[in-house]
Design a binder for this molecule. Structure first.
Ligand code: MG
Length: 164
């Protein structure tokens, strides 16, 4: 078995035209929210952290090496594309998801009401039953950048097991 850890943080800014933030998207699910991530891609911090957790478990190069922000092809990209590539590499290495546990930390928007949609979307991207996918939302108790609503942070642990 292989264990992987993924982490990501994006700065949040008012969404254009009021600022440089992109529309808020998390786990491939769009939120109606006034602030969004500053990013070269669509800024989906959850998909980035999940991608990095899988790549890390495989001992592969990280998301920034595979999809550099200097590459115009990644400008505004749907981050599902990055995760699909990580899952393809996982399958080529003959591994599948054992389970995956994600912690999203942000003040707003609230993750709880959209949790089931996010879990469903992750399960579909990962090609695994939703029972193997867990997503938790937390706040940062109003302290530091995340707690002041200026950033979103995601931690992910994944266990890969040999394909059955
Ligand atoms: Mg990122």
């Amino acid at each position: 078995m292989r264990i992987g850890h993924g982490y990501d943080l994006h700065r949040l800014e008012p969404v254009a035209p009021h600022g440089t933030g992109r529309p808020f998207v998390l786990g491939g699910i769009k939120f109606d929210h006034g602030a969004g991530p500053v990013a070269h891609s669509d800024g989906d911090a959850l998909l980035h952290a999940v991608t990095d957790a899988i790549l890390g478990a495989l001992g592969e190069p990280d998301i920034g090496q595979l999809f550099p922000d200097s590459d115009q092809a990644n400008e505004g990209s749907d981050s599902a594309r990055f995760l699909v590539e990580a899952v393809a590499r996982m399958r080529r290495a003959r591994f599948e998801i054992g389970n995956i546990d994600c912690t999203v930390i942000c003040e707003q928007p609230k993750i709880g009401p959209r949790r089931a949609e996010i879990v469903h979307r992750l399960g579909s991207l990962l090609g695994c039953p939703t029972e193997l996918v867990n997503v938790k939302g937390k706040t940062h108790e109003r302290v530091d950048a995340v707690g002041e609503g200026r950033a979103i942070e995601v931690h992910v642990s994944v266990l890969l097991r040999p394909m059955t």
